[in-house]
Design a protein around this ligand. Structure first.
Ligand code: FMN
Length: 354
């Protein structure tokens, strides 16, 4: 199966299925001399674990203990491949027995079967949200490199179940339930999750990601534009159905005079561009938003077919998330970090020597 390696210089290759013995990956291309240890990577993984972000949106308990296997000496990267492994310890394959032949609407069962002629029905294999654990580990390595350059990435949930946060305060989101962008919305989100979970249904939401300290000049014309690389990275995460940069879709309803960010001697007067002009960073904060669909595995009865094309009804059991928020929030931040680490190294190779 191709498509498991991400990046052109700073690269992450990931492996593993949700019901195999382990997931893991290799980060290659990370410069030598970056301070990094297992505890730092573990801190990022802990943010993605079930039960984080306040409310139980999943019934699974995955300790996600990372082991760094190579590429470090005396607490610093050596410039050689950084291998890591995370063992699976909370699988319950019996939960998936009824999915052997039947395709879940909204999940990858039908399309994986069409592509490969067989599939790992236990938890969805590579189409499971569990695969994102390797992205978070790789993103933690990227974060350690970006830190040396003063680049930081933050992410928060700005909408859940159609209820928008009143403000997008990404600072402090990590200590709020759901990684919410705003304290005042949390209770309404909790109530909505309880209501919908009681019906056996699921919810979607919107996540905002911002990157500070990004220098002007990152991004390669024309196919490796910074916005093209960042949005592809977010779209590669399961359940992400749309991505906006800056004003995004709202820009299509503005006048040019409203959308343009005026340039003053002191800097830009606004940031509708989301920090990217012509695919190259402008030095402003990068601003992106990702739309997350509701979790496809629902306990409500739905019409489907089995692998022989015969009609079936399905009610999905097992321990599924009610909403990919908050778990997807650290995953999306990790993807942006991976892209920025790669683009910085590309700029060093291709750019004006900055
Ligand atoms: C962090 C995370 C957790 C997820 N948890 C579940 C889950 O518990 N059950 C489920 O059916 N889908 C879950 N998903 C969504 C599926 O992985 C995704 O919908 C599926 O791969 C189909 O891909 P698509 O939605 O991009 O079409 C999760 C996704 C992410 C990113």
């Amino acid at each position: 199966m191709a498509g498991n390696t991400f990046g052109s210089i700073f690269k992450l290759t990931s492996f593993g299925e949700s019901h195999g013995p382990a997931l893991g990956g290799v980060v290659d291309g990370c410069p030598a001399g970056i301070f990094l240890d297992e505890a730092t990577v573990q801190t990022e993984l802990d943010k993605r674990r079930p039960g984080q972000g306040g409310l139980a949106v999943t019934a699974r308990s995955e300790p996600d203990r990372i082991r760094l296997l190579s590429g470090l000496f005396d607490g610093r990267t050596t410039g050689t491949p950084i291998g890591f492994i995370i063992e699976n310890t909370d699988q319950r394959s019996r939960d998936y027995g009824e999915l052997v032949d039947v395709f879940r609407p909204g999940h990858g069962d039908m399309s994986y079967h069409a592509k490969y002629g067989l599939r790992d029905y236990r938890g969805g294999g590579r189409s499971s949200g569990r695969e994102t654990v390797s992205r978070v580990a790789g993103g933690a390595v990227a974060a350690a490199f970006l830190k040396t350059l003063g680049i930081t990435v933050q992410a928060a949930a700005v909408e859940l179940g159609g209820i928008a946060a009143e403000s997008a305060n990404l600072e402090g989101a990590e200590s709020r339930p759901f990684f919410a962008a705003d304290d005042s919305v949390v209770q309404r989100w909790q109530e909505r999750v309880r209501e919908v979970a009681a019906l056996g249904d699921t919810l979607g939401g919107i996540v905002e990601i911002r990157a500070c300290g990004v220098p002007a000049g990152l991004g390669e014309p024309v196919f490796d534009k910074l916005d093209a690389r960042l949005t592809a990275a977010l779209m590669s995460v399961g359940a992400v159905k749309g991505v906006e940069v800056g004003a995004g879709f709202a820009a299509s309803r503005m006048l040019g005079s409203e959308n343009n960010d005026a340039m003053l001697a002191s800097g830009f007067a606004s940031n509708n561009a989301g920090g990217i002009l012509a695919g190259i960073s402008s030095g402003q904060e990068l601003v992106l938003r990702a739309a997350i669909k509701p979790i496809p595995s629902i306990a409500i009865e739905q019409r489907t077919v089995d692998r022989f094309g015969a009609p079936r009804n399905i009610r999905v059991g097992g321990r599924h998330d009610i909403c990919a928020i908050p778990r997807v929030v650290p995953v999306l931040a990790a993807m942006i970090r991976l892209v920025l680490a790669d683009m910085v190294l590309l700029q060093r190779r291709m750019g004006a020597g900055t």
